[in-house]
Every structure is written in C-alpha cells, then in structure tokens.
Design a protein around this ligand. Structure first.
Ligand SMILES: NC(=O)c1ccc[n+]([C@@H]2O[C@H](COP(=O)([O-])OP(=O)(O)OC[C@H]3O[C@@H](n4cnc5c(N)ncnc54)[C@H](OP(=O)(O)O)[C@@H]3O)[C@@H](O)[C@H]2O)c1
Length: 233
C-alpha cells in the first residue's frame, strides 16, 4: 500500500534522492524545503499529484505550523515516515579552534538547524503520526559518536549531531509504547554539496540503502549506519 513520506531538505542532495526513490515506489512524498529546485520541479512534473512541496525553514516553528495546516487542507492526514534530513555543515574541517577565520557563532547556527530543527518538525507533525507506519528518522552522522569521535574541530557540527541522536532517544522513550520506530542513521560520506566531490559514496546509493532499511525489520539499536549496523554512541 502506498505510504506518505515527509522529507525535510528534499530539494537537493540526499533528501532529493530519497524523494525520488519513494516516488518511484509510488508513495506520496511531502517535501519541506526553504526553496524549490529545478530537480524538484522535474519530479513534480514526472509524478503529478504525488509530490507535495511546502516552504519552511526547519528552525521556524510558526512556518512549520502553517505547513501542517496547509497539509491538512490539502487532504494529507497521515505521515507514515518522517525523515529529518535537512542539515548544514558550517565549521569545515579546515577551521582550527584558534583559527581567527572560524566564526564561533556557527556553533549556535548548527545546533539550531541540525538539532533543534528536527525536534520542531516532529513537534509540528506528531499529530499526523498517530496512525500509519509511525517511523521517525533522523539523518545523523558518524560525527555524532561521543565515544568514537576523532575530530579536532567541527565543534558545532559534531555537537549538533550528538544532540540530534539524544533527541531521538528521548522521543523513543516517550513514544515507543505507541508503536513508533525511531532511527538515527549515518548515511556515509556522500557526493553532495555538503560532502563534496571527493566523497566516497553516491547519495542515490545511500538513499536506496535507507529506503531498504526502513522497509525491513528495525535494528535493535537506534543509531546505525545505513545498512543497519550499530554505531557507537
Ligand atoms: N554529505 C555527507 O557526506 C553527509 C555525511 C553524514 C551526514 N550527512 C547528513 O545528511 C543530511 C543531508 O545532507 P546532504 O549531504 O544531502 O547535504 P546538502 O546537499 O548540503 O543538502 C542539505 C539540505 O538541507 C537543507 N537545509 C539546510 N538548512 C535548512 C533549514 N534551516 N531549513 C530547511 N532546510 C534546510 C538544504 O536546503 P537549502 O537548499 O535551502 O540550503 C538542503 O536541502 C544532513 O543532515 C547531513 O548532515 C551528510
């Protein structure tokens, strides 16, 4: 049966690949993005009536509440899978802690977008998740691992992804009894705007693995790689 899948940041990168692959499976896809893209417009034309795009910044709770209202007005009353994918990487590895070029305010920005944003999206949409498949996904990162971290910089990014993982565990405690399945997935190093052209993985392959992971039995641990192998917290 066709599912409804909500994806944040679905206008490019991994989010766009996930949107494309769920549409190919004849599911209904809801994208929340700050702006449209030619690639998203092309998907809209290819799958008329199956793709619903709404404009919001994931840090803007008022905009997210408006999106929720608009979704219901458009007849979308259930979200089966919610994928919090939108994210930013601002404090690139080239910035040392003492580098005067490093803007320490990037810590705030990344915590807001990568950690608080997903909570705000979930909070706005939870009312549409009481029925259906009840799958909640955060696109995490190996940099979230407090135990396994080897980075000497990228403070804001690493902190924000660890906080995202924590939010998913707390959400899981609150909602597991209601049948929710919660995932924090490291997608791999992907050739996107964020990952760069030298990255090892095609985002389409990462999306295919994530779609397959979500279609199978839930791994026993919440934080995994995209094949479902446990990652160190
Ligand atoms: N690429 C990698 O190697 C890698 C590795 C580990 C984890 N990840 C994670 O995978 C996810 C997808 O990354 P990607 O590689 O596809 O990155 P990307 O190509 O840079 O795409 C990022 C997406 O997030 C959206 N976004 C950023 N800030 C937003 C905001 N405030 N509100 C709404 N949307 C916002 C962007 O929208 P705009 O077009 O409006 O900017 C874009 O759609 C991220 O969570 C990232 O942290 C990536």
């Amino acid at each position: 049966m066709a599912k409804t899948v909500l994806i944040t940041g679905g206008n490019r990168g991994l989010g766009l690949c996930l949107a494309s692959q769920y549409l190919e499976l004849e599911d209904c896809v809801v994208v929340i993005a700050r702006k449209r893209s030619p690639e998203l417009d092309a998907l809209d034309a290819q799958y008329p009536g199956k793709l619903h795009c709404y404009q919001a910044d994931v840090t803007d709770e008022a905009a997210l509440a408006r999106v929720r209202q608009q979704m219901e007005a458009d007849g979308i009353d259930t979200i089966d899978i919610l994928i919090n994918n939108a994210g930013v990487w601002l404090d690139f590895a080239r910035y040392d802690f003492e580098d005067p070029a490093w803007d320490v305010r990037d810590v705030d920005r990344q915590l807001l977008i990568n950690a608080a944003g997903p909570v705000k999206v979930l909070h706005a949409m939870i009312g549409l998740m009481k029925t259906g498949e009840k799958q909640v996904v955060g696109i995490s990162s190996d940099t979230a691992s407090v135990g396994g971290i080897d980075r000497k910089c990228e403070f804001g990014y690493c902190m924000s992804k660890a906080a995202l993982n924590m939010s998913l565990r707390v959400f899981e405690n609150r909602y597991a009894a209601g049948g929710f399945r919660v995932y924090a997935i490291h997608p791999g190093w992907m050739r996107t705007d964020m990952g760069g052209p030298q990255a090892s993985d095609d985002p389409a392959d990462a999306a295919a693995d994530i779609v397959a992971l979500l279609a199978g039995p839930k791994p026993s641990q919440t934080f995994t790689d995209r094949k479902g192998n446990p990652m160190a917290y």
